[in-house]
Design a protein around this ligand. Sequence first.
Ligand code: FES
Ligand SMILES: [Fe+2]
Length: 400
Amino acid sequence: MDTGTAYGLRLGQPLNELAQVGPGTPYGEVLRRYWHPVAKVEDATTRPISLRVLGEELVLFRTRKGKAGLLHPRCIHRGASLFYGGVEEEGIRCCYHGWVFDTEGHCLEQPCEPELGLHRDRVRQPWYPVEEQYGLIWAYLGPPEKKPVLPRYDTLEELADDEQLIVNDQGVGGGGPAELDFNWLQHWENVMDPFHVPILHARFSGNQFTPEMALIPEVSYEYTPLGVRSIQMRELGDGRQLRRVTEVIFPNLRVVASPKLSSGQTNMIGWVVPMDDTNFRIFTVARDADPDFLAKLRSTHEGKPWKELTDLEHQRLPGDYEAQKSQGAISLHSEDHLTTTDQGIAMIRRMMAKQHRAVAAGGDPVGVSFDEAERLVRIEGGNYFEGAADAPLLADAVDD
Ligand code: FES
Ligand SMILES: [Fe+2]
């Protein structure tokens, strides 16, 4: 008799308590305890734009005085969207009956009411606090009494004379479109999956990065005070070792040094920001002399950019996007078979579960700080070459 057939297959369940991001969901409440990048600073203008962040619809604009505002779109008067509002000196005017709200939702004017609204101070348009840093607009969508300080990151702090900060919201590291259309956790936990690199990105799809990355590494993992780290050792065969360190920092930061192997501490980090349960964006900030550094990082498939691949080429040369999207809109995690090389995945999931239990119990998740003096986050991730220093990189032989 045949065994193991698909007949009666149990479809299984996602780990919803980790994957879901909406208000009131376990990890959604963890995410809401941190600041998130939601747009580039230049996206906040006097023309309002719609944003979806953690399952919430929002409107972003910049007053004529220059202050960025992030408001719930449904006007508290009778519900017209502020997406159609007109931006003024101090706030945004609803198109329907002209109520004006400032960036903190105070109602400044109700033009059809006596004296522009005798009771206008009794209503408030729901809003969120925003800050601007590293060329990004950051928003805090959590409980006001728990608002932490906005972190800074050491690798983005000290720029050499020829360097600048480069900001990218086009899905660097995602291997697909700018807005990725599957659950964010599939992408984030992939950061702790170093074994997919020599398989997916080398053996399967040709060398998408460098010859060093095609070697199967010896990997160790460790918890850090802020997340999980993997240390990947590769013997390069010329007396040198490559020690590549990759990190996840809670709740959604990816610390992945260039797979094209620039040496030393990584010069870029990226935030995996869920729009909702099945869509996310990646905001990346890098420090480099070349303004196109991030755009050039995108892997090519036999020389072709992802956007230009035919259906057959997507199938023949799959990358991160094909692998992770095909896990499902939200992966059915209960059906996974984790093995020794999935230790990093198991560690992330365990640490995530610990955070949502801590938050549900009234505590704080890892890494949030309420002290201005403790804003600086140290980044360890990078590519560290050890051993004979003068040996040329294998990558020198590669035509990029
Ligand atoms: S619905 Fe916005 S002012 Fe009336
Ligand atoms: Fe990858």
